[in-house]
Ligand binder design. Structure first.
Ligand SMILES: [Zn+2]
Length: 455
């Protein structure tokens, strides 16, 4: 009974330190011959000889792995019977509903492993269940293929397109920036791929806003497909450019200093790249002391902060433009790093300042990137496909177990309906199967999972 596989009757239960061994046999005899479709007399419309029946022919013992119980691995020793058909004289093995087609594991173990595989490294699961990691991978891939075939990508109103490093290659990351969902990760971020991905989204013609970084492939992909979509350059990318320019100047200045002067500049990167309003008083003091010694460093620093202030202080697009023009003319001619980003900013000027009309950002891509990194770290050597699937489907299968409560809803399982295959799928009696909505993967759930150290 404790096996919860109604297909079988348990003949004996044994255990040792590591295993439970259940010797089982099918409860019911077969009712139909798989070769000639002869039906047992009780079910047949024909006037069969009532004495005719399937004759036991042979019994083969099969070892099948099942879900662990009480910390012990569970092995079923199935007495698999072979019968002879009285009608066609052929022999056949009875069908084992609860066993996976490979014959080595139960279907419910496959389901269980698949869920685990979304958040744990394959090798951990393989060790725990004493099966090969290639089998774990296969179950995982089959699950992903099924999910892929059912997945409907719906175009968001506000589409975020960004990039992420995954397996050392730049990938495209597509998000729903209104609802903070990750929609897709693509093998590369070429314009062609971006266009194809957008066109795979149902209702892509209705995309209203696209937030992107300063990679022209994204801009042109959106412009060509949805010319009316409002393109906004993500403000964090703009500020990142300013930070990078400052950092390059900081490094160059530091390099040109003697040992002693270099010593003055400790924790300089941290202090200079931090937002000015977040600095502690002692860091402000330090910073101002440096600026007295190194005026070029001060100039670079204020160019960075002024760029931030364009966003923080401007009331509208017009004011932002005015600040930007003042910012441009304040760049010293020998500040190549800032002259370079000034050029980039000018190439995307309209889109950068569109932010003041539609203030959307790709802030969530940052968390996607963190998720990708941690998945990558957990499973070294995973292919892009596996990593992508873990990120995209990792949350869907991990509905958190609720807290146990005495009065929560339970179903008896000693005498009621089952899935005959013993699968973990719930039975929906009223025909109200859950609605399948697979639009994207919720990033907040993903982040929670990350914090719990899963994947
Ligand atoms: Zn037959």
């Amino acid at each position: 009974m404790m096996l919860n596989l109604p297909e079988f009757k348990v003949i004996s239960k044994e255990q040792n330190e590591h295993f439970y061994k259940f010797t089982v046999e099918k409860e019911e005899k077969p009712f139909i011959c798989p070769q000639c479709s002869w039906l047992i007399p009780e079910l047949s419309f024909f006037e069969d000889d009532v004495k005719m029946e399937f004759k036991p022919h042979q019994v083969k013992e099969r070892i099948v792995s099942d879900i662990s119980m009480h910390g012990k691995a569970v092995k079923l020793l199935i007495r698999h019977r072979r019968f002879r058909c009285p009608s066609c004289d052929g022999t056949f093995y009875e069908v084992l509903e609860s066993v996976d087609r490979g014959g080595k594991v139960t279907k419910r173990l496959v389901e269980h492993i698949t869920k685990l595989a979304l958040k744990k490294p394959f090798t951990h699961i393989a060790d725990e269940y004493g099966i090969s990691h290639t089998s774990v991978r296969r179950y995982f891939e089959e699950y992903v293929a099924e999910q892929e075939s059912q997945r409907i990508l719906i175009a968001p109103k506000v589409l975020g397109i960004d990039e992420a490093h995954l397996n050392k290659v730049m990938r495209g990351v597509f998000t729903d920036n209104e609802n903070n969902m990750i929609l897709e990760i693509t093998a590369d971020n070429l314009k062609r791929t971006v266009k194809q991905t957008i066109q795979r989204m149902e209702g892509w013609q209705n995309i209203e806003v696209a937030t992107i970084d300063m990679w022209s492939g994204y801009k042109y992909a959106v412009n060509e497909l949805v010319p009316n979509a409002f393109v906004v350059i993500d403000k964090f990318h703009v500020i990142k450019y300013a930070n990078q320019a400052l950092d390059q100047i900081r490094i160059a200045i530091k390099k040109g200093l003697g040992k002693q002067e270099q010593h003055l500049l400790t924790r300089d990167r941290y202090v200079l790249l931090k937002n000015k309003e977040d600095l502690k008083p002692q860091d402000v003091q330090k910073r101002d002391m440096w600026f007295g010694h190194f005026p070029m460093l001060a100039k670079a620093y204020w160019l960075k902060e002024d760029m931030r202030d364009i966003y923080n202080l401007s009331k509208d697009r017009y004011e932002a433009f005015q600040r930007f023009y003042a910012w441009e003319s304040s760049i010293p001619n020998d500040f190549k790093q800032f002259k370079d980003i000034q050029k980039t900013f000018n190439n995307f000027k309209q889109e950068i300042f569109n932010y003041f009309l539609q203030p959307f950002t790709n802030a969530y891509t940052e968390s996607v990137n963190n998720i990708i990194k941690s998945v990558e770290k957990a499973g070294k050597g995973y292919s892009y496909d596996v990593l992508r699937a873990k990120v995209l489907y990792g949350t869907r299968a991990t509905v958190k177990k609720p807290k146990f409560q005495k009065d929560m809803e339970f179903q008896r399982f000693d005498n009621v309906l089952y899935n005959m295959d013993g699968s973990l799928k719930p039975i929906y009696i009223d025909g109200d199967a859950p609605e399948l909505v697979t639009v994207g993967t919720d990033l907040t759930t993903l982040s929670e999972i990350l914090e719990r150290g899963e994947f």
